[in-house]
Structure formats: C-alpha cells, structure tokens
Design a protein around this ligand. Structure first.
Ligand SMILES: *Cc1c(COP(=O)(O)O)cnc(C)c1O
Length: 423
C-alpha cells in the first residue's frame, strides 16, 4: 500500500506524540504477562495439559487447570473456559439464566446492554421465544450520567425499594453506544456500595473487550460473575472460538448448570484438542491487547487531526480496546469499513456491505479480514447504520498491521470525501 504525503506526515507526527502512551501500554502488558506466567508456573502448565479429551471429557486436566488459571487472572474464586460456548452472547445468556429465577428482576445499571442481549432479556418484542421475560424475570434499567458516571444514588434507592432485584448487570465497554467505557476503579466503587446495601444480589459484569487493558479485572473489584469472549481480548488472537465465565464459587456453579446440566456443571466437556490454542492465546493476550491498544491510539490521533470526532481521544485514559470515529454519513461509515477491509491480511479483496445481522435492530456494516471468522481482537470495524454513523473499530494482532489498516481507512475516507465534493 502507498499513502499520500499528507497521511505519511501525519502518521509520523502521531507516533512521536504517542511515544509516552505507548510506553504506558507496554508497562501494563508486561505486568499482565507477569501475572499470566506466574499462574502458568503455579499450575505447572506442561505438554500433558494440551492433550485432547473426547466423549464426556471427564477428568480433563488441561481443562481443569485452565479454569483455575482464568479464575486467578480474573481475580475470582472459580471460572470455566470452554471452546464450546459459541459467542459472548451465549456466555452472557448462560450466566443470566444460571442466576435468575421466576419473579426476579434483572437490573442493568450502565444503560442499555449490548444489542444481542435484548432478545435474551426479552425486550425485543420476542415473546414466546424462551427469553428471561418468558420465564418471569423482569428487567429494569438505569442509564449512566452524561459524563459516563453511575447514578449511584438512584441505583441504591432502587435496590432498597425493589427486593426482587437479583442481578445487577454492568456492561463495562461501550458496545454500540456513544458512551464512555467504565474503569475497574469505577466498578469497584459501585460494587462496594451495592454490596454494602445488598449482599444477596449478584453483580454480573459483561467484560467483553476489557480484559488485560488494566492490570486488574472486575473480579478484583468484587464482581460475582465476569463474562467475556475468547475471540476478543483473552483469546489473544489464538483461540479459535469460545468464552469464559469467572466469579464466586456459587455463581460459577449456578452458571455451569446452564452450560451443561444441573448436577453435571463443569465436570464434563471434551476439549477435542482445543486446549493448546486456549493456553497459547492466554499467554499472548496481554501482548495482543497492547497491539490493539496502540492501533486504537494511532487511529484516535490520526482521525482527530483529520477533523473527525473520536472517542476516546488519544490523550484520554482508556479501559477497553474499542475506538470510535464519527464518520457523519452512511457513505463515510461504509468507506471507513472498506478501508479497514482493504488493509486486512485475509479477504483484503472483498467489499463489505451493510446487512440485517440476526440479533441487531439496525442494519450493520462489518469489516473483518482476520484469520478467525468474526474475531474482533483482529483488526475489525463495524457500526450500525444510524446517526451519527459511528465506526466502532478494534483489534490488530500486530501494531504494524493495525497501523496499515488505519492508514487504509483514512485513505478510503479521503477518497469518499473527494467523490462527494465532485458531485
Ligand atoms: C461482543 C460483545 C458482546 C457479545 O459477544 P458476541 O460474541 O458478539 O456474541 C456482548 N457485550 C459486549 C460489550 C461486546 O462487546
């Protein structure tokens, strides 16, 4: 790829300005790699743990040790990690159905959860599908303040007056919303306040895109159940599929009864030769997350200088790997995604088009040219076709390739602007 003089100059300017931020990111990656390696050593990770099991998978040592290692890294008592959980949504569904009973209230305190959860909760007009609502679980929500902070007083008041609240749900990352991502420190403050008032509620955190961005996880902040996808951060770009749930022993046990069946829990589950890529992915994860963060910062700087509104800005703290760029038009969003696609290692020759993706209420355009289908720790961009036509982008297995992808997106957006001007 060849880029304009202007982009090449901006690119060098970006890297000079970002040197300090890059050093911070590398320091966190070092701290997290140290945690991972300490856990691997303590759990005596060896070739024997990479062996495949089949059938029921009873006594699969590799699976059992990986569960314990995840628990340790996530700051929780227990965990399970399975290649057989098909997605983050599936994992969240397992967790929510595991904890909630008829008559209970699910209370989301960071605004509307991720689009795909609407059908799980039963607020998408999907009565009869077997959602939580069909099983008598109701739903309540409190939005974040405009500055991204929790409405703590309102939340505590609702917990006081509604004893039926069983799960307090917090989505850490912004997802498809134009809001800020929550830090572990923010979570910790809220969780302490919630627990001081109601020890009986489970705090469930959707941790998607947040793992290893900080040196602490929501489990260290007192969350009862922390959930995420392996084709995002903690799979390190190596895991081929899967997800994890980590939390208190009881919350994890209840969730495990939804993973398999009541009574069986985590005792079964053949790993079919997937263990090695899950271990290897976890080993890479802190480093890979750092590559994605550097790519996001590079984009934040570049697109801001090109006149776009970006979030977070390059000099702001960040708590997930997502970067948004407001493209301002459907054409702009599509151009951005075309550029990312062109700058990907796989499928660089295809053109992404908007489509009605199951589980999402607006049409969505996605650019993804990764080695693992749908993996968003690999460079990928997507966004629903609704104003302000925000491109949500994340990933980059290596900073070098991520940078190329971002430059390609900038070039494609510039070409689209030229076309608009000519009209
Ligand atoms: C990706 C994501 C999910 C859902 O994960 P899928 O694997 O796409 O089903 C849920 N919540 C957040 C915040 C996410 O980023």
């Amino acid at each position: 790829m060849q880029f304009s003089k202007e982009l090449t100059r901006l690119s060098a300017q970006a890297e000079a300005a970002l040197a300090g931020r890059f050093a911070e990111i590398e320091a966190t990656a070092f701290a997290n790699t140290n945690r991972v390696m300490d856990a691997f050593r303590a759990h005596r990770v060896s070739d024997a743990l990479f062996q495949a099991s089949s059938g029921y998978g009873f006594g699969d040592k590799g699976r059992e040790e990986l569960d314990s290692i995840f628990a340790e890294l996530m700051g929780t008592e227990a965990a399970f990690v399975r290649h057989s959980i098909v997605s983050g949504t599936h994992a969240l569904s397992i967790g929510l159905f595991g904890l909630l009973r008829p008559g209970d209230v699910l209370y989301s305190v960071a605004g509307k959860p991720y689009d795909t959860l609407e059908q799980v909760i039963g607020i998408a007009g999907n009565a009869g599908d077997g959602s939580l609502a069909d099983f008598g679980v109701s739903y309540r929500q409190t939005d974040l303040n405009a500055d991204g902070s929790f409405r703590t007083e309102e939340i505590l008041n609702n917990l006081k007056t509604t004893p039926q609240i069983k799960v307090v749900f917090i989505q850490r990352s912004k997802g498809y919303l134009n809001r800020k991502t929550l830090s572990v420190e923010q979570l910790e403050k809220l969780i302490s306040a919630v627990k001081a008032l109601r020890k009986d509620v489970y705090v469930v955190v959707d941790n998607c895109y947040g793992e290893f961005v900080e040196a602490r996880e929501p489990g260290h902040a007192g969350a009862d159940l922390v959930i995420g996808s392996l084709i995002k951060n903690p799979g390190g770009g190596m895991a081929e599929c899967g997800a994890y749930l980590a939390g208190t022993a009881r919350a994890v046990e209840l969730a495990s009864y939804r993973l398999t069946s009541v009574g069986v829990g985590v005792e079964q589950g053949a790993t079919l030769g997937q263990n090695k890529s899950l271990y290897k992915g976890l080993f890479y994860a802190p480093h890979t997350v750092a590559q994605a963060l550097k790519t996001a910062l590079f984009a934040a700087y570049l697109f801001e200088k090109l006149g776009y509104t970006v979030e977070p800005r390059w000099d702001e703290p960040r708590y997930d790997i997502i970067q948004t760029v407001q493209t301002g038009s459907a054409e702009g969003l599509c151009a951005f995604c075309r550029g990312i696609q062109k700058g990907s290692p796989v499928d660089a020759f295809v053109t992404p088009e908007p489509w009605d993706m199951p589980g999402y209420s607006d049409r969505v355009i996605m650019a993804a040219g990764g080695f693992t289908q749908g993996s968003s720790i690999e460079l990928s961009a997507d966004g629903p076709l609704r104003a302000p036509f925000t491109a949500f982008f994340q990933g980059g297995l290596t900073y070098e390739s991520g940078k190329l992808g971002i430059l390609s997106a900038a070039a494609e957006l510039a070409a689209e602007q030229e076309k608009e001007k000519a009209k």
